[in-house]
Design a protein. Structure first.
Length: 99
């Protein structure tokens, strides 16, 4: 199994109301991938970081293997979701590891 974790911050200077709306859209776009991507076991999106967090948004997903993760990366639904996320965020951190 491969754990795929991505963390983002909103672009600097984004007003709070815009950040909340963007976060809701990111969550909806990513959660819509459940059941669409073959080999995806689980997907969670977190938008309410604690004061100790270095990222405002976190995607925590699990795939059956590296091939499933690779297929997810190029799947048209993921590419579309990522395009929106990348347009409103900065400072992306990505972690992939075997579990």
């Amino acid at each position: 199994m491969i754990r795929h974790i991505v963390g983002w911050n909103y672009k600097e200077g984004t007003p709070e109301a815009e950040a909340q709306a963007a976060g809701a859209t990111i969550r909806a776009n990513l959660e819509a991938l459940r059941g669409v991507i073959e080999g995806m076991v689980d997907l969670q999106v977190y938008l309410r970081p604690t004061a100790t967090s270095h990222r405002a948004i976190v995607l925590d997903s699990l795939f059956v293997d590296e091939a499933a993760l690779a297929a997810y990366q190029v799947h048209p639904a993921h590419v579309q979701a990522a395009a929106f996320s990348n347009s409103v965020t900065q400072d992306k951190v990505l972690l992939d590891f075997e579990v």
